[in-house]
Design a protein around this ligand. Sequence first.
Ligand code: NIG
Ligand code: FE
Length: 411
Amino acid sequence: METNPTEDRTGVLLDARLVTLDGAGGYTVIEDGALAWREGRIDYAGARDAMPATFLQRVRLSAEGALVTPALIDCHTHLVFAGNRATEFEMRLQGATYEEIARAGGGIVSTVRATRAASEEALLAASLPRARALLAEGVTCIEIKSGYGLDFETERRMLRVARRLGEELGVAVRTTFLGLHALPPESSADRAGYVSAVCDDWLPRLAAEGLVDAVDAFCEGIGFTPDEVRRCFEAARHLGLPVKLHAEQLSDLDGAALASGFGALSADHLEWLSERGVAAMARSGTAAVLLPGAFYALRETRQPPIDALREAGVALAVASDLNPGTSPMPSLRLAMNQACVLFRLTPEEALRGVTTHAAQALGLAGERGALKAGFVADFLLWPCAHPAELAYWIGSHPRPRVFVAGQARND
Ligand code: NIG
Ligand code: FE
């Protein structure tokens, strides 16, 4: 995708059927809507007849009656990696569990081997098509985690590739350091040494290079204990970095409550989340990131406690979890559909899950995820009659026209 250099970053879009997602009141469509932006930021979104007349002097575009929504945000991906795990997929279909494969030296560690062997250019080349697939669906802000290096140089290389993807595609990338993803084989006799290298050495060095926007960990029997995660979160807090956590995916270790105690932006997965965890997340304003792709691919049966989260007023975000092990799914649109079908979100909740609530899960609630004055002018034009269609179609159909900072992006 290329940016059209002749286009101005200041303009106005008319004849739009606007879904602003501004405020809590449903996803009402403003039938004769207008959207105006200046230097890539929205300065008006609403009814055309209420727009200041001077905005009409700008470069004018017509949406021709298309549905206009904020651009989508994928707030949980591991899309930088080398190789794939199709053979493990076959093993799981023959009865092996994700945990058994991990304990036998496969799983995350097998992707670590492939990723360590890949150069920065090879990693970039492998990851670009996955990021492009998201962008073609309307995703203009992507969170990307490290965690397939598990040594300093490879973690650094992954984060550098994540930043380069953002530059290459002209989209926003938020990087997350996931040093505590799995214990690398060379540290199997020294867990404490590994945790301390991650927290006291790698994290501050990577943060000093500007490569870390947030810190995550995998709190699980096959990952890290709550005490090890706490250690990591203390190091993040010391550096002023926000945290998030893979919590309660395969068992209940009370990870979401631990993360909430650190004011985490989000706790993710949550199939085994307890009432206590729900209450802790509600208190701290921690978003729940639902990852139905991993639930689907692992043939899980236990659902996250959606009703309890909803009743407690926890923001429900939805993400692809794009990764080679549990969610080889380069489609946020499919995740929206799965969130409805598998977790019974409403289509409106699914849309909020990939816009306003996804922004919250990345600490970007004040600038992305809604069409509102002051927000980034990233928006989508959909050939759709009703916003429920975005979650209704299974997969990436229909494709939107994508605008980034007010500029049309063309394939
Ligand atoms: O979000 N649960 C841990 N991390 C990833 C899976 C990573 C992998 O299996 O490669 C997840 O599901
Ligand atoms: Fe994940």
